[in-house]
Write a protein that binds this ligand. Structure first.
Ligand code: SAM
Length: 328
């Protein structure tokens, strides 16, 4: 005889607690879209969570919460998983081979303002897997995530489709560095990390994802009124964006301090409100003739750095976000 079914979790709010416990309170097959940005097990300093676990523990735990995500997804549901280099391959295998999801795209999110490394290349990307339960039946709203094409932006070609094209599967965040490096219809996505000087940055959670990144995911993979789940809410970006875009949502976060901040953020977010950050970084970043830095601009930047630091070229570290990767 089974026990009493747990009380279902109320939606449109964040719940404090362990997501493994809380997920049990979501009925089978009810979530349209889940987004998870779990701890990467790289020793990041969270409020309460210990991000340095033996690899086997971390993977066993990941299997458990991933299985819960699959259970709560609708038959036509979608799951986006953000993960670092260390466990990307393992988690993808668990999600696809063990749990039966289909990977539609392996998106690489290219960002700048990563931790500066001295003995290796500085990390400037995270992996985001687009996974679905049924490869023949899932929501993918192409018209709501189109971006301007290179034809339009770089070549001024009149043949450019004014409606734009689908983003590549590498998403980039500082396109002004690479005006011709990333076509707008691929799998490299560009959005800036939410760095220290950005108005968007809350300043109390080092892993805050940009609203525009979640905007693309939520617009593409859900419709207004659908239920969006984030079991690792962090700073609450997924929930705030879901609310602004008119989706229903449910968030989980183990840290009481983060939950208190998320509640404030949600209270300040309204349905229909614009997302923070530049909707089209390629168009809105300041650029120069021919997409290159002019000598005068470069000199001016060096002068400003010299004034700030008293030394040539050393960046003002106070102003930089400390992102989630270790500096080596
Ligand atoms: C990488 S952060 C998420 C950042 C989020 N995507 C954002 O944009 O702010 C991961 C979060 O998961 C939380 N966390 C870790 N283990 C958890 C668990 N078992 N249940 C709920 N939250 C957990 C941590 O406290 C941390 O805030």
């Amino acid at each position: 005889m089974g026990g009493r079914a747990p009380r279902p979790l109320p939606t449109d709010r964040v719940h404090r607690g362990d997501c493994l416990e809380l997920l049990r309170r979501i009925p089978d097959g009810t979530v349209h879209l889940a987004f998870a940005d779990p701890p990467f097990n790289i020793g990041y300093d969270y409020d309460t969570y210990d991000d340095r676990r033996p690899a086997d523990d971390y993977l066993a735990w990941s299997c458990r919460w991933l299985a819960e995500i699959v259970r709560v997804l609708r038959a036509d549901g979608t799951f986006w998983l953000a993960i670092g280099d260390e466990y990307a391959a393992e988690l993808k295998v668990i999600a696809t081979r063990d749990l039966g999801l289909t990977c539609r795209s392996w998106v690489v999110w290219y960002y700048t303002f990563g931790v500066n490394c001295r003995q290796k290349f500085s990390r400037s990307h995270a992996h985001i897997f687009h996974l679905v339960r049924d490869p023949k039946r899932f929501t993918f709203n192409t018209e709501s995530i189109r971006v301007p094409s290179a034809r339009e932006l770089v070549y001024g070609d009149r043949r450019a489709d004014p409606a734009g094209r689908l983003p590549d599967d590498t998403w980039i965040l500082r396109p002004q560095d690479l005006p011709e490096g990333f076509a707008a219809d691929g799998d490299t996505w560009y959005f800036p990390r939410v760095c220290g000087t950005f108005k968007e940055r809350g300043g109390w959670h080092g892993c805050q994802m940009p609203e525009q990144l979640l905007g693309r995911i939520i617009r593409a993979s859900s419709n207004p009124g659908d239920l969006v789940l984030d079991p690792f809410a962090g700073s609450g970006t997924t929930l705030a964006v879901a609310k602004k875009l008119g989706r229903s949502f449910v968030g989980m976060e183990m840290s009481a301090a983060y939950v208190a901040q998320i509640r404030k953020r949600l209270a300040a977010s309204r349905t229909g409100q614009a997302l923070d950050g530049a909707p089209e970084p390629l168009k809105s970043v300041p650029t120069t003739a021919a997409g290159r830095r002019l000598a005068r601009t470069a000199d001016k930047a060096t002068d400003v750095r010299k004034r700030r630091t008293g030394r040539r070229g050393k960046p003002d570290r106070q102003k930089l976000l400390v992102p989630r990767s270790r500096a080596d």
